[in-house]
Design a protein around this ligand. Structure first.
Ligand code: AMP
Ligand code: GLY
Length: 420
């Protein structure tokens, strides 16, 4: 069948790489894609948040299956438009995508589902928010309610920082996303990401990972979209996974179903784990980036079978075959990221890198310009390797990073440090 993947990041390159290996895949397209996806699929210039444009193109090109990579088209209802046009689509409806698009929606679902998460208050009035923050004390977490590209969260360690964050958000720093603010209890513990394929009341655990969100080594500096990741996450023991499924994921799916907005797609469960007890930090309604890269390298071609089963209501038949392996990915970003950065620098050394089932340099913000690969985004490459241990995977990934010639970029040298 012909398959279309929406998105242009390292996540979508990894999804395309795994999908292209599945014998069910005939023609594979990625919209809009990047220089890496062009190697494993055909790139298509499409506005992926415009449902009508995506549907028209998909129909004209005999697309039988669509995988929606990022949250923006999901929040815009593109999955609904595709399904309404009779095209099988992996990804939640606009209504179910609120689990990521609105933090207060998620909090209300968690309350109804009795899922363990941080205590919180929801505010549209600044004076009320200030009073609540003063009553709770620091550390405390301030979040803009809507999608803010990972930048709408301030973990305030003291009161001046907390009050400054409220000034910022009610002052319109995040546009409409900041008109509503959620204030949360600060949770201690170890963070982990857990992925679950879902279809209504069916759920299939799809792997664990740990991400490094801070830009600097030792997990310091501003938050980013993620500077590296590895899978599996040691903190996600079988017991913690089982608890997460029974206390958080299943009750959430039941509540979503009850509300008439069943969730289909991948649920990205962001957790804080302390003394074996998981608590929900946040949901996302799509794969993580760069977590997807480490999951896809471990899963390979079977990934598409399970994704298809979720979209076709056959998840109960699915069984993931895990090897006893480890993957690690190192993000290479443009100097200046997550602040402002230059575009257009040339990246050398990519042609000689190994590309096989244990080594892949997945592209994110790249484009081909005059036969060379140019950096056109903040996060530019995600250099990924697999091995029998995390150490072997890490050494292989950094071995590839060393061969990449890109003075205008940087990376963290300590991905995986917590687990190693
Ligand atoms: P989010 O965008 O909700 O994932 O938040 C970004 C990051 O802020 C998370 O990955 C956590 O590291 C941190 N964070 C968010 N909420 C909390 C919380 N309630 N307690 C502690 N840390 C948090
Ligand atoms: N790496 C975190 C995210 O994709 O949201």
């Amino acid at each position: 069948m012909n398959i279309l993947i929406l998105g242009s990041g390292g996540r979508e390159h990894a999804l395309a790489w795994a999908t292209a290996q599945n014998p069910k895949c005939d023609k594979l397209f990625v919209a809009p894609g990047n220089a890496g996806t062009a190697d494993v699929a055909s790139n298509v210039a499409l506005d992926i948040e415009n449902g009508a444009a995506v549907v028209d193109w998909a129909k004209a090109n005999d697309i039988k299956f669509v995988i929606v990579g990022p949250e923006a088209p999901l929040a815009a209802g593109v999955a609904d438009d595709l399904r309404a046009a009779g095209i099988t689509t992996f990804g939640p409806s606009k209504a179910a995508a609120q689990l990521e698009a609105s933090k207060s929606f998620t909090k209300a679902v968690c309350d109804a589902a009795h899922a363990p998460t941080a205590a919180y208050g929801h505010f549209t009035d600044k004076a009320e928010a200030v009073a609540y923050v003063k009553a709770q004390g620091a550390p405390i977490v301030i979040k803009a309610d809507g999608l803010a590209a990972g930048k709408g969260v301030v973990v305030a360690m003291d009161m001046p920082e907390a009050l400054a964050a409220l000034d910022d958000m009610f002052g319109g720093a995040h546009g409409a996303a900041g008109a509503e603010v959620v204030v949360e209890e600060f949770m201690e513990g170890e963070e982990a990401s857990f992925f679950v394929l879902c279809d209504g009341l069916e759920a299939l655990p799809f792997g664990t990972a740990q991400d490094h969100k801070r830009v600097g080594e030792g997990d310091t500096g501003p938050n980013t979209g993620g500077m590296g990741a590895y899978s599996p996450a040691p903190v996600m023991s079988e017991a913690v996974v089982a608890k997460t499924m029974s206390e958080i994921v299943m009750p959430t799916l039941v509540e979503m179903d009850k509300r008439g907005t069943p969730f289909q797609g991948v649920l990205f469960v962001g957790l804080m784990v302390k003394d074996g007890q998981p608590r929900l930090v946040e949901y996302n309604v799509r794969f993580g980036d760069p977590e997807c890269q480490v999951l896809m390298m471990r899963l390979g071609a079977q990934a598409f079978d399970h994704i298809q089963a979720a979209a076709e209501g056959r998840l109960a038949e699915s069984q993931v075959h895990w090897a006893d392996d480890h993957t690690l990915t190192v993000v290479m970003a443009a100097n200046g990221y997550p602040g402002s950065y230059e575009k257009g620098s040339r990246i050398g050394g990519l042609a000689g890198l190994p590309e096989d089932s244990t080594h892949m340099c997945f592209h994110a913000g790249t484009a081909e310009v005059d036969g060379a690969i140019a950096a056109v985004g903040g996060r530019v490459l995600t250099v990924t390797a697999r091995g029998e241990s995390l150490r072997v995977a890490r050494d292989a990934a950094y071995g590839m990073v060393e061969r990449i010639d890109w003075p205008e970029g940087f990376f963290r040298g300590d991905i995986g440090w917590r687990a190693l």
